[in-house]
Structure formats: C-alpha cells, structure tokens
Design a protein around this ligand. Structure first.
Ligand SMILES: [Cu+2]
Length: 183
C-alpha cells in the first residue's frame, strides 16, 4: 500500500516550493536535491488523484441499494383479477393496475390468512367486510374507470398472505379476487 502519511506531509510542507523546484529543475537543470523534491511533488499529485478515484468508487457502490421496489402488473376484467406475478420479497411493492373491463373497478389489498374466496361479507352479501376480524387493509385504489390505468405503491410490505379484491358491490362475488404472497 502507498505511504499516504509521508506523501501528505511532503505535500503540505512544500507544495509551493516543490512546484518552484520542479520548474527550476526542468527549466535550468539545477541540482539533484531539487529533482528529488520535484519527484515528491509529482507523487503527491498522483496520490491525491488516487484518493479521488476511491471516493468515486464508494459513491458508485452505494447506487444499487436504492432500487428494490417489486412491480406487479394487475389486469382487472369484469369479474377477474389477473397478476403477472403472485409473490414478492418483503419491501416496497408497486401495483400497476389496468382496468381492461367495461365497468368501474377498485383494487384493494388485504392482509389476511383467509382463503381468497372465503372472505367474510356484509349482511347483504354484496361486498367483503373490510373491517372484519382477521382482515387488515394494506392499501386500496378506488374508482378506476373502464379502460384506464392506476397505480398503488405500498411501502415496506411485511411477509404474509394477501388477497387482492375489487370491492365494488357484487364484484367480489363475480370472482374479482386473487392471492398474493410476500416472502
Ligand atoms: Cu370491480
């Protein structure tokens, strides 16, 4: 490894005089001691350049840590929810929702261990009871018009089982549910 302590000391002590000595040496061919001093100045410059490279490397190494969002594409039809992936690792998840149907839909993410087609419903049995025991709403996007896209970003999803539903009255019963797992 380089001896940076010695190099830095030389640099601090004689940055001006070293440069002057180097210039004198090049221009006038003066004594050997000045040539040595000039060489030390050159080493100091190289050493500082090396330090800059190290800084650049550490900054670049920090970059990849940023992007860890899992993107899930969800396509809603009038009676279906289809996913391009059914699981993710823990962390941020972005659902990109396309309403490919002719009706307005919702996209609701529930954390629950209950089977996707066994969720408790309201008294009229037209919609899932989102406040029932064993169900936790992780996030939702309402009023997604027919033919439009929407997005739902959920930060730091914890491990477990999730059920994704549309809870517009009667739509759950039509089959608008899907299972998603965070590992
Ligand atoms: Cu719906």
């Amino acid at each position: 490894m380089r001896d940076s302590t010695t190099t830095r000391t030389d640099d601090e002590r004689c940055s001006l005089s070293c440069l002057r000595g180097w210039t004198d040496h090049l221009g006038l061919g003066l004594g050997r001691s000045r040539a040595i001093v000039a060489g030390l100045a050159l080493l100091a410059v190289i050493s500082l350049a090396g330090c800059s490279d190290d800084d650049d490397d550490s900054a670049a190494a920090a970059g990849p840590e940023e992007a860890s969002t899992t993107v899930v594409k969800a396509t809603e039809g009038d009676g279906t929810i289809k996913l391009d992936r059914t699981s993710s690792s823990t962390g941020d998840v972005e659902f990109r929702i396309e309403n490919a149907g002719k009706l307005t839909h919702e996209f609701v993410v529930l954390k629950t261990d209950i089977a996707e087609d066994q969720l408790p419903t309201n008294a009229a049995k037209t919609a899932v009871d989102e406040s029932a025991p064993g169900i936790e709403v992780a996030g939702e996007r309402n009023s997604i018009a027919a033919g439009t896209d929407a997005s739902l970003s959920l930060d730091d999803l914890s491990a477990g089982k999730y059920v994704l539903i549309c809870n517009v009255p009667t739509h759950y019963g039509l089959g608008m549910h899907a299972t998603f797992t965070v590992n």
